[in-house]
Design a protein around this ligand. Structure first.
Ligand code: TLP
Length: 344
């Protein structure tokens, strides 16, 4: 039986072109600045995002942490969404390792923070308060149904940040999905921000790695912070080679994943007992109607028996994520399995 893995786009494994690029990669000691493939990836990423420089890091979590450590000192404060990956799923790394204080504000269902809330959260110059340094956005917003944030919204946040002398970081783990959904160049979505991370290893299919982009001075400092976290990697051009394929080829086909997500959502919505949230990119959030007596764990177990992997979010709801290895047949298999499980 074919396994249909909808748990996340992090489950993607390399494409044949990536395996080939990895096998043939020219490598060197990247801590000594000798790896030509890493240098190519970093140059390509900076060019695509429209920044001066870029830094290959081991993961999205590391990219966000390195960015925060580079922008902020101990006791500084970061404004970010209460549903953001950085505050929910990164172990409070900014506080644990950087002494940085998070100032969470409510994420609206469209993934944004109200500009008035941000302005209200910025501290005045007062000996009692931490210093506000940074505003973090997430695009697409994972916990808000994978919704993309528009260029206009980000520009408004950047303008606000400038008025108060603050920096802006974007967790752009899936920023190429946002660009595809909004039909804009990815540069438009990061214009004016001080740093952005994007992941090579999610919808872009590379096995490992993310890239942090920013000014040359910022990236030079970030390189120091990556090193202290143990993220200085040696012949890492083997991984960067897959990252280059990810950027060159896989960013061009994300519409197909979004179309599959729409098909999955439409099919699910037609199954009695399933309630589906709006779909924006490659994520389908859905829940069990009150009439269904099974729990989400029961349903996940039943689906697993039918070769469909999916993660419950709580006792009643799920997230399914489409990616390169999910095609129309996989969507049909998943829908058939959900129907079978719900009808017993
Ligand atoms: N997200 C994972 C899990 O950690 C929840 C997933 O399956 O979606 N930013 C965003 C917006 C992310 O969604 C993720 C991973 C990260 C950062 C962290 O990336 P990694 O896993 O590379 O550290």
């Amino acid at each position: 039986m074919k396994v249909v893995d909808l748990r996340s786009d992090t489950v993607t494994h390399p494409t044949p072109a990536m395996w080939k690029a990895m096998a043939l990669a020219e490598v060197g000691d990247d801590v000594l600045g000798d790896d030509p493939t890493v240098q190519r990836l970093e140059a390509l990423a900076a060019e695509r995002l429209g920044t001066e420089a870029a830094l290959f890091v081991a993961s999205g979590t590391m990219g966000n942490l390195v960015a925060l450590l580079t922008h902020c000192g101990r006791g500084d404060e970061v404004i970010l969404g209460d549903k953001s990956h950085t505050i929910v799923y990164e172990q409070g790394g900014m506080a644990a390792l950087g002494g940085i204080m998070p100032h969470p504000l409510p994420n609206r269902p469209d993934g944004t923070l109200r500009l008035e809330d941000i302005a209200g959260a910025i501290r005045g110059d007062n000996i009692h308060f931490p210093r506000t340094r940074l505003i973090c956005l997430e695009n697409t917003h994972n916990n808000c149904f994978g919704v993309p944030l528009t260029a206009e919204y980000t520009a408004a946040v950047v303008a606000l940040a400038r008025r108060y002398g603050l920096k802006v970081h974007i967790d752009g783990a899936r920023i190429f999905n946002a660009a595809a959904a909004l039909e804009v160049d990815v540069r438009e979505l990061v214009r004016g921000v001080d740093s952005v991370t994007f992941c090579l290893s999610k919808g872009l299919c590379a096995p490992v790695g993310s890239v942090l982009c920013g000014s040359a001075a910022f990236i030079a400092e970030a390189r120091r912070n990556r090193k202290v976290l143990g993220g200085g990697m040696r012949q890492v051009g083997i991984l960067a080679a897959a990252g280059i394929v990810a950027l060159q080829e896989m960013t061009l086909r994300l519409d197909a994943d979004h179309a599959c997500a729409q098909c999955l959502a439409e099919g699910l919505a037609a199954i009695p007992g399933i309630e589906v949230q709006p779909v924006y990119t490659n994520m389908v959030y859905f829940r069990l109607a009150d009439s269904v007596t099974l729990t989400a764990d029961d349903v996940a177990a039943g689906l697993k028996e039918r070769g469909v992997l999916i993660l419950p979010r709580d006792a009643r709801s799920f997230r399914a994520v489409t990616h390169y290895w999910i095609d129309a047949d996989a969507v049909d298999q998943a829908l058939e399995a959900v129907r079978a499980v719900l009808t017993g």
